[in-house]
Design a protein around this ligand. Sequence first.
Ligand code: GLN
Length: 443
Amino acid sequence: MSAATGAVTDALRELHTSYAGADGGELAGYIPQLALADPGAFGLALISMDGHRYSAGDADVPFTVQSVSKPFVYALALSLLGLDEVSRWVNAEPSGEAFNAISLEHGTGRPSNAMVNAGAIVATALIPDTPVAPRFGRILDCLSRFAGRALDVDEEVYASEAATGDRNRALAYLIRSTGPLPVDPVAAVETYFRQCAVRVTVLDLAAMAATLAHGGVNPLNGERVVSEPVAAQVLTVMATCGMYDASGDWLLRVGLPAKSGVSGGVIAAGPARFGLAAYSPPLDRTGTSVRGRLAIGTLSDRLGLHLMRNPALPGSTVTLVTTADDLPAVPAGERARRQRVAVAAAQGALDFTAAERVLYALDEAGAGRTGAVVLDLVRVTDIDTVARAMLRGGLARLAADGRRTAVADPDGRLREPGDDTGAARSFASREEAVAWCTATASG
Ligand code: GLN
């Protein structure tokens, strides 16, 4: 391990040491096989958006995924049917109830959300079941692609839940009796038991969470598993519903989309940052791993990961607002002619927030808000579609005000497909853009 990355592992190890002795919680006895788990097992894992893997403790101990499968099967349903169709059959409202509650909407029988059992059974039922592509085969394949390796089923845990899972069967019968669901939830509940019995390690769970955080692309192998909008939809429902009747408190204190399962697995995702997972079987009264909650909560707090704290404020989008005569590259004799050419330079990745700053700088550029304007994008690394449209619109408005506009845009970032000229005259360097404005301004 290198010295630099050792710091991340050390952070996980420190948490592991802090909480390995934390007592409290009980094993999930209602699935007899889960009651045989080692209560002392404890693993933590983090996977970055570059696919770097970090872990501490029992990183290779297999356990069953249980309810942590729910967001991923929901993702599969969303991918196959779309949000509108899926939402007809399963809502996206926090239930404020336990995972196995009868959370069905009055009148329609629609479950509150896909993170509680009732909604998860419906999500599973919605996955098409055909001879060529059986429902469970699709689900196992999907979970495996999220994890980045071929997963399998713990047949003993499956048999144990299938033998004792009458509450979930009862839920499925209730759903069938109240709603016009086009597929059979009673048949699907057996598939749901199998999906819950898929075997993973804490590193697999971190990879699965990281794939959601990474916009649906598995950071370990670069494979796209679901689309970016689907990943965002799933993270949203995890944020509002993933921790059942503790979802509000979790979002308040930890501030990350998350999902727990009764075998002791917990995942949390930092969008565009990392996937995090914990494994420790003893559960609190909401069915969440006691040590998992402590470790992820403390990590979020120490590293400032709470979503609402937004520490990633782009502080230096605009690097320069000046008139061309201030630029060292302009010879003294030329300054008078270039006086009225204003320059705004930007850097980094431009999104909506960054584009607003750049547009503000463009407005400010130039004494008296007259004269030519050069937008220098030489040090810009990326422009998203929103920022591109905003900058093009801003330049067009300046031009409509009678101001000369040019961009230094060597990589053609402001160009749109099928559009060779761009929103303003485009040059490879700031100097060329200023020279063009000077020539036309004096002409
Ligand atoms: N298979 C479990 C059940 O349906 C999953 C529940 C959970 O992990 N919260 O009861």
